[in-house]
Write a protein that binds this ligand. Structure first.
Ligand SMILES: [Zn+2]
Length: 278
């Protein structure tokens, strides 16, 4: 299925964008340096820039052209960047993104990188060629790695529902960021994930994802799953802020899709208290 953007510059294709980006390949290092020196940059943004530079896949603009924020990818009039919270957490996240997910406007994994930029490690998933930095993370004895995938009786994977008390390792939650079907394939085909325990998330949070619906009853978006992970780590306040940010993203995404400015609500006021410096 081709990557599609809801809007963009006319019928510009990823070929066009890729070519343009390749034309300035010599400046990519400088580009990265500039972004990295700005406090709002994170590993998702870096991966997206890299994939844009590499990509030869076509996408077609849908609907009329809309000016978009370069960071949150929402329409400029519905940009969420002013409400992006910054959290302090002992948790870290490994976001394994399916390659199709990197450019999807509906992707919510990137919200985790927004709120925990220094603690969210983002990789493009590869069945056979996982990045060495990813394998190093998974093998790091200072980490308690837990795979967020709701499966019972999976050979090679213990199933846990809470963090062991007194464990000083860094809780490191591995999230498979793709459609339900893609996430299943990523789980079953990644032999390098063998031996990592799966975490069963509590089923208590209200499901609020209005953007991308699933036929799976137990489907949660990636951002919702991350909020539940923080709740499991006894970080309820962080879980609530991430849930609010996710709700705000939904609200503004629907406004972008409907071409209307989002109204400002209690949600915005709550998030302003946690606003980052970026
Ligand atoms: Zn924005």
């Amino acid at each position: 299925m081709p990557c599609r953007f809801e809007s963009g510059p006319g019928h510009q294709t990823l070929d066009d964008l890729g070519a343009k980006t390749r034309n300035i390949a010599g400046f990519l290092f400088l580009y990265d340096f500039i972004f990295m020196s700005m406090s709002f940059d994170n590993q998702y943004h870096r991966l997206r820039r890299r994939r844009l530079a590499e990509s030869t896949r076509e996408f077609l603009a849908r609907g009329k052209s809309v000016a978009r924020c370069e960071l949150c990818q929402l329409a400029s009039y519905a940009c969420i960047c002013n409400w992006r919270p910054r959290l302090a957490s002992r948790c870290e996240f490994v976001l394994l993104m399916h390659r199709d997910e990197v450019f999807k406007p509906t992707n919510t994994g990137r919200l985790i990188a927004d709120v925990l930029p220094g603690q969210t490690h983002v990789f493009c998933w590869s069945r056979t060629e996982p990045e060495p930095a990813l394998l190093n993370l998974l093998a790091d004895p200072a980490r308690l790695c837990l795979l967020v995938f709701p499966v019972e009786n999976a050979p090679g994977h213990a199933l846990v529902s809470h963090l062991p008390s007194g464990d000083q390792r860094i809780p490191t939650f591995i999230l498979l960021d793709g459609t339900w079907k893609q996430s299943g394939r990523m789980f079953h085909l990644s032999r390098w994930l063998d031996g990592i325990a799966c975490i069963k998330l509590p089923d208590t949070r209200e499901r609020g994802y209005a953007v991308r619906k699933s036929h799976q009853e137990d489907y949660v978006s990636t951002a919702e799953a991350a909020a539940l992970c923080m709740a499991v780590a006894n970080e309820e306040d962080n879980a609530r802020v991430l849930s609010d940010y996710f709700a705000l993203f939904n609200h503004h995404y629907l406004a972008t899709r409907g071409s209307y400015p989002p109204d400002v609500s209690e949600l915005h006021k709550r998030l302003e208290l946690f606003k980052g410096s970026g």
